[in-house]
Write a protein that binds this ligand. Sequence first.
Ligand code: FNR
Length: 343
Amino acid sequence: MNPVNLRDFETVAKDKLDPVLYDYFAGGAQDEITVRANEAAFRRLSLVPRILRGAGPPRLDLTLFGQPSAMPVLLAPTAFHRLAWDEGEVATARAARDADVVMIAAMLSTVTVEEIAATGAKLWFQLYLQPDLAFTESLVRRAAAAGCRALVVTADSPALGRNERGDRNGFHDLPPGIVCANMGGNGSVRQVELSPALSWRHLDWLREITDLPVLVKGVLHPADAVLAVEHGAAGVIVSNHGGRQLDTAPAAVDRLPLIAEAVRGRVPVLLDGGVRRGTDVLKALALGATAVAVGRPVLWGLAASGSEGVARVLSLLRTELANALTLCGAATPAALTRDQVTP
Ligand code: FNR
């Protein structure tokens, strides 16, 4: 099949991948209510076009924390790319570089952040704050030295969500030869620790040890968005981790208006979860997001054909976004208005 949209890429990837690995990428927590809710919420929103505005050709580029990006779409941090494609995150990063968009490199990548950075891609680094603060600090230093321009603290994971597909498939460990490459050194690879003891104090600590902008990922409550801003976050990412953590958490896009209102423009608000179409991107932007991130579609492109597949996923999304923007009567995302999205 010649995939003509992001959902086609999932079909191609599903055909190619070992079903156990497909389940790992596609799945979510428990009944996967939140996984489905993310996409369903976008489907329930309508875009209202404005007409005869003489908007001219679409312009999608923007600057995020001083970094230019060709469009308001980032690659969400996802773990274990070598499960999808042998070159792993290096292949993903080449596509991000060629598309001139930011890749949020996952702490749990299967090649090192230095190897990812060597592609020349624009990177941010996603961090699970580790209770071993000395180790966390060493990771932050490595990411900064490798050229990552922002840190994304994943705050929705005080414990691992319960993934029943993995339980059913007995998939609990990486296969031999694939490791969490950033967690190593001296031949031994440490396990990631998800800790319910983490608090805003750890965010304060992080801000003291680094000058990099720190974004908080996994915000669903407006009070937490306000706290993030008060604790110096440079941005918040509205996200339910693609439905992989707390099942029955609300759809990300349904929480976006509340959070944008609470943040009041003080810092950029980003969103991920369920973005599959240019129209989805547009809806999020009209509801107050500065940019969105995509998770699974990138993995589907990677599994389908490595760098080339990811490049195609990004270019499809870009073409769709430009088309949708023009059809809405706007030249730039900023020219869209909130009243152009309706339930
Ligand atoms: C993720 N996500 C994720 N998030 C994070 O902060 N650190 C991580 O290591 C991972 N790993 C991961 C693996 C896989 C296989 C998936 C699908 C997702 C969550 C990710 O950043 C993002 O929030 C969601 O993927 C967004 O939803 P969509 O675009 O997949 O619907």
